[in-house]
Design a protein around this ligand. Structure first.
Ligand code: NAD
Length: 286
């Protein structure tokens, strides 16, 4: 069984981002900058934002964190988002979720400048993805695709099953797999007999947030399994894939060390792309 090592690929992507960011700096005098907005004092969110700051630094990108109190009104947050949209030194904007109840999440997403939508959640980004046009794609599904590409997993004409239909992971991942010519089935909590569907798959991607959801009997021998789930069980991080799947699958991404590190690496890549589009009007390698 091949272990799909996201940590090592994330390191390679970060190194490529660093090289390309340096080239952009030399060519246009611009250092890509990610602005993260943190509303409230949720410790997990604070940790995620600190990690993103640290990763930006390691790739030669700059970052800013706007820390706002839990009582911040939507009007005040909207004004901050406007300021970040207008600030030429900022190329990527992300608003860390969850947000306090007075903040309308959908409005935050649509109000974020789509040119700086490095989380890929703006409806314009979603529309471009649906049409197969270049735009920002959410980082986690981008990470899954990067991992499959890196391990040269064939997708054209293959049966791919995605479990989970969120706007953040499942739906964009299904569209990316479709764009790569896989035959895609998107499953969710109302899918009856999930195992009957996943057993048909050459590639199964699970993003449900249910520890141990995918059991060995639900996997065709030799299938490629990508575990996107992150669940805390007895103080340990586990994915959505039950341990015995490693004995059946042909390849499996571990948790931790699979998709998690790639998600942050793709955030860096998206920030670099945003900086390039804003300063040079186009994309480049990463
Ligand atoms: P979500 O709660 O928004 O969506 C979960 C989806 O799973 C829903 O569409 C639901 O229908 C489906 N689902 C739930 N129970 C199911 C079941 N029993 N059978 C089939 N489908 C079921 O979650 P999300 O934001 O898409 O995240 C999914 C998981 O991925 C979570 O564990 C999350 O922590 C993890 N995640 C990881 C990363 C990463 O960097 N590795 C990034 C984002 C999310």
């Amino acid at each position: 069984m091949t272990v799909l090592d996201g940590r090592s690929l994330a390191r390679q992507i970060r190194a490529r981002v660093a090289t390309e960011a340096e080239a952009l700096k030399r060519a246009a005098g611009v250092t890509p900058c990610l602005a993260a907005v943190l509303v409230g004092d949720d410790p997990a969110s604070a940790l995620y934002v600190r990690n993103k700051e640290r990763e930006c630094g390691r790739a030669g990108l700059t970052s800013r964190v706007l820390r706002l109190s839990r009582e911040t009104t939507w009007d005040a947050l909207r004004a901050e988002l406007d300021r970040l949209g207008e600030d030429d030194a900022v190329h990527g904007i992300l608003v860390q979720q969850p947000l306090p109840p007075q903040i309308p999440v959908d409005a935050v997403v649509t109000h974020t400048d789509p040119r700086k939508d490095v989380d890929g959640l703006h409806p314009l980004s979603g529309g471009l993805l649906l049409r197969g046009a270049p735009g920002f794609v959410p980082c986690t599904p981008l990470g899954v695709m990067a991992l499959l590409r890196h391990y040269e997993i064939p997708l054209r004409g293959r049966r791919a099953v995605v479990v989970g239909r969120s706007a953040l992971v499942g739906k964009p991942l299904a569209l990316l797999l479709l764009a790569a010519d896989a035959t895609v089935t998107l499953c969710h909590s109302r899918t009856p007999d999930l195992g009957a569907v996943t057993r048909e798959a050459d590639i199964v991607c699970v993003a449900a947030g249910r520890a141990g959801l995918l059991t060995p009997d639900m996997v065709r021998p030799g299938a490629v399994v990508v575990d996107v789930g992150i669940n805390r069980v007895d103080d340990h991080l586990v994915g959505d894939v039950a341990p015995g799947v490693a004995e059946v699958a042909g390849a499996l991404s571990p948790v931790p060390g699979g998709i998690g590190p790639l998600t942050i690496a793709m955030l860096l890549a998206n920030t670099l792309q945003a900086a390039r589009r804003l300063t040079q009007g186009g994309d480049g390698p990463v």
